[in-house]
Design a protein around this ligand. Structure first.
Ligand code: HEM
Length: 300
């Protein structure tokens, strides 16, 4: 929220957070995710129907976002280096600013595509770090070299932390598939002919579990990313091509800073020794019931 809005506190911020969470929770359930893809389900907008409730939430979110946009436009001194300010001051080739609806759409994308995905990846990373003590030890050794003045960019470049995030997104990629690609002309792939109009959706999970690329693919082993450099289409947690995830750099940066901050300051433990399996949560795959942990002590 701070990256997108800079200063955003108080009742209005709490209200936006609450409604965004409610909106996200609806799509968390696998069956409800169908509403996003099957337009016919979106017809019933009675207040008490499932889609009607979503429409109401969306209207409240729109009002809050539009009121924020108007306030900033009216008071240029509120503009800073946050994403909303950058978008408000951006101009296209013809000198035009973005319209209110364009700004609203961009904000929705940032707040939705960026929240659940990164949070899920961080939860998985916390699981593996604490599930495999040798992984946690190696990471802590690297983090112990840091001090409070370390540049965040240097943290994001730490080799073991980077390998750990890569392996986290390999073993259980947050998105199982990339978005669809549609053939514009007929195409032959590995001897199979496909007509124009065929839809393809590469399966990230299957690629990441190919034993020829990733020996013992079910083992969590960050070192594989230190021993070998993977090619662009051998490792695709963020998809690929020119429609690759727009938030990739931001998500990895956020993941690494959050993990480094938590682990340098706190000693944590998983509350159970039982393995945690992934389940489908709407658009993503996520730990079945979250990753319950307990705090043992403060490290600094
Ligand atoms: C660990 C976190 C994340 C993962 C695993 C992830 C994964 C993905 C994947 C697999 C795609 C589909 C790409 C394709 O079809 O080739 C995608 C698209 C996208 N993601 Fe992410 N994402 C993450 C975080 C974010 C964040 C933080 C943002 C924004 C701040 C974001 C914004 C987007 C957008 C806008 C698209 C659509 C791109 C397009 O169609 O041109 N994502 N993401």
């Amino acid at each position: 929220m701070r990256t997108v809005f800079r200063v955003y506190k108080g009742k209005k911020a709490e209200k936006l957070e609450h409604h965004l969470n409610q909106f996200l929770e609806f799509f968390d359930r696998p069956l409800n995710a169908a509403f996003a893809f099957i337009p016919v389900l979106q017809k019933d907008s009675e207040p008490l129907s499932p889609w009607g409730a979503v429409v109401r939430q969306r209207e409240i979110i729109n009002q809050l976002l539009f009121s924020e946009i108007q306030e900033r436009r009216a008071k240029p001194d509120l503009l800073g280096e946050d994403i909303l300010s950058l978008m408000l001051t951006a101009k296209d080739e013809e000198g035009q600013s973005m319209t209110g609806w364009e700004l609203r759409d961009e904000l929705m994308t940032l707040l939705f595509a960026g929240h659940e995905t990164t949070a899920t990846a961080i939860a998985w990373a916390m699981y593996w770090i604490h599930r495999q003590p040798e992984v946690g030890q190696k990471l802590r050794k690297e983090l112990d070299e840091l001090d409070e003045n370390t540049d965040p960019v240097a943290i994001a470049r730490l080799p073991y932390l980077s390998a750990l995030c890569d392996e986290t997104l390999r073993i259980y990629p947050v998105g199982l598939f990339t978005f669809f690609r549609v053939l514009k002309t007929p195409w032959t792939l590995m001897g199979q002919n496909f007509e124009a109009g065929t839809q393809f959706s590469p399966c990230i999970y299957l690629l990441h579990h190919r034993p020829d690329l990733y020996p013992e693919p079910d083992q969590f082993r960050p070192d594989r990313f230190l021993e070998r450099q993977y090619l662009l289409y051998e490792y695709i947690p963020f998809g690929g091509g020119n429609r690759r995830c727009l938030g990739m750099a931001f998500a990895l940066f956020e993941m690494k800073l959050v993990l480094a901050t938590i682990l340098s300051q706190w000693q944590l433990q998983l509350t159970s020794d039982r393995p945690i399996h992934p389940i489908r949560r709407g658009f993503t795959i996520a730990p079945e019931k979250g990753v319950p942990m307990r705090v043992l002590e403060r490290r600094v």
